[in-house]
Design a protein around this ligand. Sequence first.
Ligand code: DC
Length: 226
Amino acid sequence: MTTARKLVIAIDGPAGSGKSTIAARLAKKLGYVNLESGAMYRALALKAMERQISLDDGEALQQLAASTVIDLEPRGEGNRVLLDGRDVSQRVRDADVTAAASRVSIHPPVREIMVQRQRALGLGGGVVMEGRDIGTAVFPNADVKIFLDAEESVRAERRIVQSGLRSAEDTQRVIAELAARDQRDRTRSASPLVAAPDAVHVDTTHKSIDDVVAEVEGLVRRVVSD
Ligand code: DC
């Protein structure tokens, strides 16, 4: 499908709801770029960890964010993440950075910087951006807003499959980490994870990736034909 106008498509939702996969597939179909906004928080969290900056120190993290260059390079299935020019694509997916990203993202001054940069990336349109606050804060006027969700047990299961973990202990740890991150992302005071009032909710619990992509493509088609 091609679109005459280059749209901005916002996909929000909790961890494991399918955002990255759906955003990548949809972008490919449309000839758009997919941008994983969470990777920016992950990269900043990694730098803070490496410099032993407290994840609770909003001011220090703001300064760090202001002096850090984070580039997202869209690839087939996700983004290559460059932190001050260094490829950290793999490292930022590790469990310690994942938990830290959720912690750095609660600070409003950090969010301000990230949101500004994310807006700049979407200026020309032709983007599918996924995250937690894309439809509410980054692009409140996005052409299409989707809120993906799935039952917690299914989201945890997807994470376990992705990480290739097997033992009961690992499984329990992943479930606990996902629940803790969800709780933090949903209850923080600055731009908590919440669906925009005009977002279309898609529950991916019992749907295949292909089904969800088709559903979301249908929503885009409706906007294009209006
Ligand atoms: O989408 P992700 O799992 O890569 O995101 C990592 C963390 O970053 C997530 O726990 C919350 C934060 N985040 C955010 O606050 N706002 C976004 N738009 C994207 C991610």
